[in-house]
Design a protein around this ligand. Structure first.
Ligand code: 13P
Length: 252
């Protein structure tokens, strides 16, 4: 049985005061939840303040990005070591906004994956096809490339520190969710690919979560799919009530 994993990616939203208010609301509203991992990813500048609120919490912190070197002349960048120092246990890597808006390649993303794993944190590796790729029947080809190259030179043992987030680009921030069946089909493909690249045990253990317009109204159906182990939530994670309902999904 894979432990469900629900994460909120706050993207470029919320001041430190607003972030603290939201983590306080989530912390007090979710204390009883013990059977799933709960993660929030505020902006860099809010991380240490959020970490103080969450020091004793069942909610863990993630960063939204990192640079693949721990120190040096890299003006403007933040390293995995510093994110761990700030209180993070997870780092999101390869989000489609970083691929599309900042030109990140699979090779660069792979360096980040390895740098995060080297610190002992867990990496949330995002993959997903664009609408054009889906309509051109390239979905599986794209997913295979992103997984294969993103996880290059990662050993089977290190896969315990990897969560894969399938986020079809056409479903992000559009209100257009993948259907339960479309998402399940992609997750099943990714899991079989992990079995090929590593082995069956790794594939059975790795958590593959869905992202793209996840809301209180669609989370239960998505999480009922056998290969969907959780959610990476954007917009709906900015409201305490919505995110708490998503965390409390009912897949039974
Ligand atoms: P939305 O939930 O706003 O579609 O965003 C999904 C996402 O990009 C999470 O990383």
């Amino acid at each position: 049985m894979r432990r469900p994993f629900i994460a909120g990616n706050w993207k470029l939203h919320k001041t430190t005061a607003e972030a603290v208010a939201l983590v306080e609301a989530l912390d007090s509203g979710l204390t009883d939840v013990a059977d799933r991992d709960i993660v929030v990813a505020p902006v860099f500048t809010a991380l240490t303040s959020a970490a103080s609120v969450l020091s004793d919490s069942n909610i863990a912190l993630a960063a939204q990005n990192c640079y693949p070197e721990n120190q040096g002349a890299f003006t403007g960048e933040v390293s995995p070591a510093l994110l761990k120092d700030a209180g993070c246990r997870y780092v999101i890597v390869g989000h489609s906004e970083r691929r599309q808006l900042f030109g990140e390649t699979d090779a660069f993303i792979n360096r980040k994956v390895r740098a995060v794993l080297d610190t002992g944190m867990t990496v949330i590796l995002c993959i997903g096809e664009t609408l054009e790729e889906r309509e051109g029947d390239k979905t599986f080809e794209v997913l295979e490339r992103q997984v294969r190259e993103g996880l290059q030179d990662i050993g089977a043992a290190a896969m315990d520190g990897v969560v894969i987030a399938y986020e079809p680009v056409w479903a992000i921030g559009t209100g257009k969710t993948a259907s339960d069946a479309q998402a399940q089909q992609a997750h099943d493909f990714i899991r079989r690919l992990i079995a090929d690249l590593f082995d069956k045990q790794v594939a059975e253990r790795v958590r593959i979560v869905y992202g793209g317009s996840v809301k209180p109204g669609n989370v239960d159906g998505l999480l009922r799919q056998p290969d969907i182990d959780g959610a990476l939530v954007g917009g709906a994670s900015l409201k305490a009530e919505d995110f708490m309902r998503i965390v409390r999904f009912e897949a039974g």
